[in-house]
Design a protein around this ligand. Structure first.
Ligand code: MG
Length: 380
């Protein structure tokens, strides 16, 4: 007798054979009793949502900083857009939406302040101590730095969430022909669908790029034609919004079409069998090529725009001073990170402290550090 209040029954009824079913989860590092009405991945999602690292995403830049306007995405709103795109795809492919949403909410949680330039500074300066990667730092956050239980650190997330975020493990698995879970692949694809579209939106709105130049790219030209066919000639603001909507729609539609084709022949296989056979979801060759063209353009025209480069150089300089300064003066770390330094070493603890900061918090701590000769900085 099927009982739709039970997560296992609901998933059995709704999900495809190759979705990650909750009943097949490898569980958690520390076993827990099942919840009455929430599955394991729904509980993971809520733990991530209520973590302090998740809240700090609102103060971390995606591409553009707070001084550049009020319109553009922060890392938090980017994360919600990724979750929205990923859930749409997961539902259409009958994959596990709870797991997909959790993976989306956690995917950028390990980003340091100041966007990619913050990551570059930490990776370079911490190279002698193992470097820095936001994907790995996300795992450090959810297994060591977040505090939820009194007797052990971390959020005790399901092992599928941890391995989904572990890009080093993906590389090792790929070497022996194993692919990540489909839910993991979807979030990765949704991430780039979301940022391709919203970076176009933000850059156009801020006047960093011009519509006429952009519409020479074939993906944009195609989306613009759709907009024109549907709405006729629109004023620039409305045209930009319609274009971005069309860009997301077009990419999701293409991904769904090619994914359904791929998955049709593996119906009946389990998630693990699919991983072992190395199945990968991807865009059609045509859209993949067009996306490549768009991303190359965005890299040159937006991410290397002089306005951004100037902001980035100043931010990198502040972060460099803090890394170097704190490695020489670990006594100025907040108590929690002085203690942590005795466990993981000074440099790693400095990296963990700085990487957890929001942009503005990093600015204020840098100001305090450079204007006061002594005294510990503040914990986040
Ligand atoms: Mg992202």
């Amino acid at each position: 007798m099927i009982d739709l209040r039970r997560v296992d029954d609901r998933e059995h009824l709704l999900l495809a054979s190759y979705a990650m079913h909750s009943r097949d989860s490898a569980g958690r590092m520390r076993p827990e009793l099942a919840h009455d009405y929430r599955g394991p991945f729904a509980r993971d999602r809520d733990r991530v949502l209520h973590s302090s690292a998740f809240r700090r995403l609102s103060g971390k830049m995606q591409v553009f900083t707070g001084e550049m306007g009020e319109y553009h995405r922060t890392r938090l709103t980017h994360t919600f857009e990724v979750a929205s795109v990923a859930r749409t795809i997961a539902r259409a492919l009958r994959l596990n939406e709870d797991l997909t949403e959790t993976l989306a909410l956690v995917h950028d949680i390990g980003h340091p302040p100041y966007g990619h330039c913050g990551e570059d500074v930490l990776a370079e300066m911490l190279a002698p101590w193992g470097g820095f990667s936001h994907n790995q730092f996300a795992i450090t956050i959810v297994t060591e730095l977040e505090q939820r239980y009194t007797d052990f650190p971390g959020l005790n997330l399901s092992l599928e969430v941890l391995s989904g975020q572990d890009t080093r493990a993906h590389k090792a698995a790929a070497a022996v022909g194993r692919a990540p879970l489909l839910e993991v692949q979807i979030v990765d694809l949704a991430d780039s669908i979301a940022y391709d579209a919203h970076d176009v939106d933000d850059a156009l709105q801020m006047g960093v790029i011009e519509f006429e130049e952009l519409s020479r790219l074939s993906l944009i030209a195609r989306a613009s034609r759709q907009v024109r066919d549907r709405y006729g000639t629109l004023p620039p603001n409305r045209r930009r919004q319609a274009l971005v909507h069309e860009l997301v729609d077009l990419q999701i539609g293409d991904l769904l079409e090619s994914s359904m084709e791929t998955l049709r022949v593996v119906d009946g296989q389990s998630a693990d069998e699919l991983r072992a056979s190395g199945v990968r979801l991807m865009h059609s060759p045509e859209v993949a090529e067009e996306r490549q063209e768009l991303e190359t353009y965005l890299f040159e025209a937006v991410y290397r725009h002089p306005r951004l480069v100037t902001v980035r150089e100043a931010a990198s300089g502040r972060l460099r001073e803090l890394v170097e300064g704190l490695i020489h003066r670990p006594d100025r770390l907040p108590l929690r990170f002085r203690t942590r330094a005795t466990e993981v070493g000074v440099a790693r603890s400095v990296g963990d402290y700085l990487a957890g900061m929001t942009d503005r918090f990093c600015d204020t701590q840098h100001h305090y550090f450079t204007t006061h000769p002594a005294g510990p900085l503040t914990d986040w």
